[in-house]
Design a protein around this ligand. Structure first.
Ligand SMILES: *[C@@H]1O[C@H](CO)[C@@H](O)[C@H](O)[C@H]1NC(C)=O
Ligand SMILES: *[C@@H]1O[C@H](CO)[C@@H](O)[C@H](O)[C@H]1NC(C)=O
Ligand SMILES: [Zn+2]
Length: 273
């Protein structure tokens, strides 16, 4: 172990002091780009939403893989019956599922307990719904600080950013987003992590078909983020849990909000079975 790594382990350990069941797992990684040449990871944030199944199926039909960074309580509740089913559908199709926090806050404005709560609730939801412990967290808007990085690492999660943004949820027209795909494809870039949003109708109906056709025609491999990095998408995989009345968004942080007050902060580790 190098001195730098040892120091980091110490910092990460001290960040979780007082929560003895959390263990230090790995050096915190922040990935902004693919590593393998010729790989493109198309990543979709802010779901699960009503277009998830359609986007998932469009990738499946052409033998491509997508990556979805999901919230628990943002554009609806992940525990709604149709959302549970579509998350299971996308996971079963081999697409990658990662955390995008519970309620989509700016994590850099949160306390350590509030940050952990945002991570805990997604870990719990994924263990329940698809039986996995996520290996990646995409911080909302890409905003993170040292605290976020260390707490993610302590929970075994790397941070997933991107190097190309379609702007599909930022007011870019579909033509502008398509122009961005063209820049990537025609510029013969080595590889790319591209940001889209699962919550935009035009992303599902226009951008996804456009991107799939374009990148396939240029000979790129459309793979998950984990695959283009050559790492595992999950810390652990297992069986989903039996559904119960505790699967609810009631009494959890509202969109953009954190725990505290009437909502206790969950800072531990969710039950894995
Ligand atoms: C996705 O939805 C569009 C628009 O409703 C539809 O035309 C298309 O066939 C769907 N694709 C898949 C793979 O389900
Ligand atoms: C919007 O589209 C333009 C043109 O393709 C691109 O340069 C820009 O990065 C896109 N993203 C955002 C967030 O506006
Ligand atoms: Zn987002």
């Amino acid at each position: 172990m190098t001195i730098r790594l040892a120091l980091f382990a110490l910092l990460a350990a001290s960040a979780v002091l007082g929560h003895p069941h959390l263990e230090y797992h790995a050096t915190p990684q922040v990935y902004k780009a693919c590593i393998k040449p010729n790989d493109i990871a198309l990543t979709f944030d802010d779901g699960p939403y009503i277009y998830l199944r359609n986007i998932s199926d469009q990738f499946t039909v052409v033998g491509a893989k997508a990556t979805f960074f999901m919230n628990g309580n943002n554009w609806g509740c992940i525990y709604a019956a149709d959302r549970i089913a579509s998350v299971q559908h996308a996971y079963a199709a081999g697409h990658m599922i990662g955390s995008h926090t519970w309620s989509h806050p700016d994590l850099t404005t949160f306390s350590a307990a509030q940050i952990q709560d945002q991570m805990f609730r997604m870990e719990e939801a994924f263990l329940r719904i698809i039986g996995v412990k996520p290996g990646f967290l995409r911080p909302p808007s890409g905003y993170y600080n040292k605290n976020v990085q260390e707490l993610a690492a302590a929970r075994g999660q790397s941070l997933a950013l991107w190097d190309w943004d379609t702007g599909d949820a930022d007011g870019n027209s579909t033509a502008q987003s398509e122009a961005l795909y063209d820049v990537v494809a025609n510029g013969k870039v080595k590889n790319a992590v591209i940001l889209q949003h699962e919550t935009e109708l035009t992303t599902a109906t226009t951008l996804v078909p456009y991107a799939l056709k374009l990148f396939k025609s240029k000979g790129y491999n459309l793979v998950t983020l984990a695959e283009c990095l050559g790492v595992e998408p999950y810390q652990a995989t297992g069986k989903p849990q039996p559904q119960s009345t505790s699967w609810t968004c009631h009494g959890t942080p509202a969109p953009g909000k954190g725990c505290g007050g009437a909502i206790p902060c969950e800072t531990g580790t969710p039950k894995s079975s």
